[in-house]
Design a binder for this molecule. Structure first.
Ligand SMILES: [Zn+2]
Length: 349
């Protein structure tokens, strides 16, 4: 009987040598130790043996089972280790390979210019104030000396939510809101989005951005306005830039002026950029109309104010020689990337 056990042992040892992986090892375990394995098959033989032989045969069965289990366990550990090492090698990441290029975003040119304008005025002691884009007709028009049916409303047609609520056509309503809340001196700029019912073309957009400024005090005059705008123009366009005032009409200022800066490309000589005039139109301004002050609780006999407003797109277009306002909104990466480079607007982000 022990011969049968010996045969199994020999066969197992030779089978074990051929095992190459854990899958084959598990198959071998089932083949020998499983319910229908070689060892189980020897069990029925036991009933035909004498008591003495039963004892001996039982012991040799136990021994072979332990032997096979131990051998399988040892090989399993070796195979596990080997397979882990193979896996580590095959899944290794080659860190010396060039990385996938990650394209970096940048601050939008309009945001950059708006921040620059803000910085310039903050350095002159101005506060930055914001207000709602969906605005009451009262603040957008009426309290700016533009009563209902005033012909100048035609210059600023907009999108109406209802008869009293509209998308603001300028950031001036923020000035009115500030006047209403304040007593005494005011020195603010109001940047933000504005809307007009214009057809989009290279110089018009139904949505654009403005910065307006308002200074109210007992002794401000046009010369303060001129000095302020000269300072702004020099910081924005260069030290050689001069400011020119031309008379204009706005319902909310009196007198009203159109402000030009001398062409920073030809220094006022006249070139194609300034249409040979030597000057570039940059913004509108004026002394705050007494009616506007009065409607918001300021006594125009005591207080005076000046205000100015400019399109951020216009400033950016002049500064960077951009021909089409729509380029700002189409988010063409090729356009936006130009402002990422040195020589464009310097990074401040
Ligand atoms: Zn010029």
């Amino acid at each position: 009987m022990n011969e049968k056990v010996k045969d199994i042992k020999n066969k197992f040892e030779s089978d074990l040598k051929n095992v190459k992986n854990t899958k084959e090892l598990n198959e071998l375990r089932v083949e020998y130790l499983g319910k229908k394995g070689y060892i189980q098959k020897l069990n029925p033989l036991i009933k035909d043996l004498s008591n003495e032989e039963k004892k001996e045969f039982g012991k040799s069965l136990n021994d072979i089972k332990n032997f096979i289990s131990k051998e399988l366990e040892e090989l399993k550990m070796k195979l596990d280790k080997k397979e882990l090492e193979e896996k580590l090698v095959s899944e290794k990441i080659d860190t010396s390979l060039p990385a996938t290029k990650f394209s970096k975003g940048s601050i939008h040119p309009l945001t950059k210019v708006r921040r620059e304008i803000e910085e310039i005025f903050i350095s002159m002691g101005y506060d930055v104030v914001e207000g709602p884009e969906v605005e009451f007709d009262l603040y957008n028009f009426e309290k700016l000396n533009l009563p209902k049916n005033h012909p100048a409303r035609d210059m600023q047609d907009t999108f109406y939510v209802n008869d009293e609520v509209l998308l603001r056509t300028h950031t001036s309503p923020v000035q009115v809101r500030t006047l209403e809340k304040s007593e005494g001196d005011i020195r603010i700029i109001c940047p933000g989005k504005t809307y007009r019912r214009d057809s989009d073309d290279p110089t018009h957009s139904h949505q654009f951005t403005q910065v307006e400024g308002l200074v109210v005090s007992k002794d401000v005059s046009l010369s303060h306005l001129k000095g302020t705008l000269e300072e702004f123009a020099k910081k924005m366009f260069g030290d050689s830039v001069k400011v020119r005032f031309r008379p204009n009409y706005f319902p909310f200022t009196e007198p009203s002026i159109e402000v030009d800066i001398s062409c920073f490309k030809c220094k006022g000589e006249g070139c194609s950029f300034c249409s040979k005039t030597g000057f570039i139109e940059i913004l509108g301004a004026g002394m705050v109309h007494p009616n506007v002050l009065k409607m918001s609780g300021y006594d125009p006999e005591v207080y005076r104010g000046f205000a100015f407003g400019m399109g951020i797109e216009r400033v950016a277009m002049i500064r960077h020689e951009i021909n089409d306002i729509r380029d700002f909104y189409t988010n063409d990466i090729r356009f936006l990337n130009q402002f990422n480079r040195k020589g464009g607007l310097e990074d401040e982000a």
